[in-house]
Ligand binder design. Sequence first.
Ligand SMILES: [Zn+2]
Length: 420
Amino acid sequence: MNGIAWIVLAALLIDFGLNWVADHLNLKAQPGKPPEAFRAFFKNGDYERSQAYLRVNTRFGRLAEAIQLAAILVFWFGRGFPVLDAWVRSFQWGPIFSGLVFIGLLAALRLTLSLPFSIYSTFVIEARFGFNRTTWRTFIVDRIKGAVLGVLLGAPLLAGILFFFQAAGPLAWLYSWGAVTAYMLVMQYIAPTLIMPLFNRFEPLKDTELEADIRRYAQSINFPLQNVFVMDGSKRSGKGNAFFTGFGRHKRIVLFDTLVRHHDRSELVAILAHEMGHYKKHHVLMGLAMGIGQTGVMFYLLSLCIGYPALFEAFFMPHPSVYAGLTLFGLLYAPVDFFTGILAMMISRRNEYAADRYAAATSGSGQALAEALQKLSVHHLSNLSPHPFYVFLNYSHPPVLKRIAALQRQTESPEGARPS
Ligand SMILES: [Zn+2]
């Protein structure tokens, strides 16, 4: 084993260990009874159900992570990479098509390995706690559509990157970065209009009073609102959500049908005010810019590592190639990804507070949003008392109690909380 092999192995084990510790602390942090702010929201046994949901998901998550880690180690030290490479090379397809097949087969292997876990999670755990609405038919059709889209959209981009690193010399990373950036921007437009409708039905909001309330609020903050859609989220899960997609003319706000069913009008407007707050505070653009920046750093580091013989030796590969370098670099890059991921989540949690503040300040009070958050977390059996270390590693949103406390502080002293 060389230095690179030790780095990758250490990163895999440390990542696994940190998650294990965080899970442990998270379970230990549970107080045994619902927090004060939530007492009134829990009906008989619901709090106990939320605790059971947390335990079952934690145990299952740990098992899934352990098996995933074992699978990587077995594939690596069982000489999986050179065996697969030798087989692909035997067809003599040339470097780009060979690369597509090599990476495609690894992706298919990974997907196959994760399949039993998504089946168990959907049809056993989610079903047991009353959330699952996915039929087998939907589950299978989703997987097929996902795979076809992955090949149609992913293969040309991957072929481009392989070509650049094969033929474009020292600036390959810059061309690849440009290609991926263009791809990300195009996806912003085609995801809401062409891709998401392949998986869900989007219908204009039928509740005219609700729509009038939403439009009145949007107008009050000068938000150019064209479309409010209701999505059949109930096709897959009883959990509700709302989101915002697209730029310019293609901006749309989407409410899950499950959300509309469980919340009253003022709560729904408050939830959308939060979503519009993300837009007004430029969080959507910020996220996109960060993603583009991160991609640039990654391609630059890739260009430094891809010709390095020790990278191939670490995985027992006798023939260096661009496609194998790309794959192996992915494993070496994991620690960088880990830290940028934590940083991105810190920024995201900060943005959530900012969107909450914006919603409360522009709608006069944080009351409706706080109530919506309370109902959502009770209905979703969310963990109300996560351990701070678990939050640090995993949460893109602040714990709900902290969000509610911040909203209450703002409602009590609105002076310091004007939208800026
Ligand atoms: Zn948000």
